[in-house]
Design a protein around this ligand. Structure first.
Ligand SMILES: [Ca+2]
Ligand SMILES: [Ca+2]
Length: 87
């Protein structure tokens, strides 16, 4: 007989050092946390996504794809850094 255990999605994420990014509607590419501005918080979320410690989906994932190539990677992080620095 196999032993099964049940946990919620949040339990699983917490137990594995993961978390969900905020699921709201971003105002534009780069505004990953949908707070209406480009900030260090958006950089942190993309960096978390690249290190697989943050899960993004839907509009938030689309907002993180700054160069619109269908992937979120280091190129998007660099582009957001430039956008953030430019203010
Ligand atoms: Ca933001
Ligand atoms: Ca991209």
């Amino acid at each position: 007989m196999r032993n099964l255990f049940v946990c919620t999605g949040q339990d699983y994420l917490s137990g594995n050092g993961l978390s969900f990014a905020q699921q709201t509607k971003p105002v534009g590419r780069g505004d990953v946390n949908a707070d209406g501005e480009y900030s260090a918080a958006d950089l942190v979320i993309i960096r978390g996504h690249l290190s697989a410690s943050v899960l993004m989906g839907g509009d938030n994932l689309g907002a993180a794809d700054l160069n619109n190539d269908g992937n979120v990677n280091i190129k998007d992080l660099i582009r957001l850094k430039k956008k953030f620095i430019a203010g």
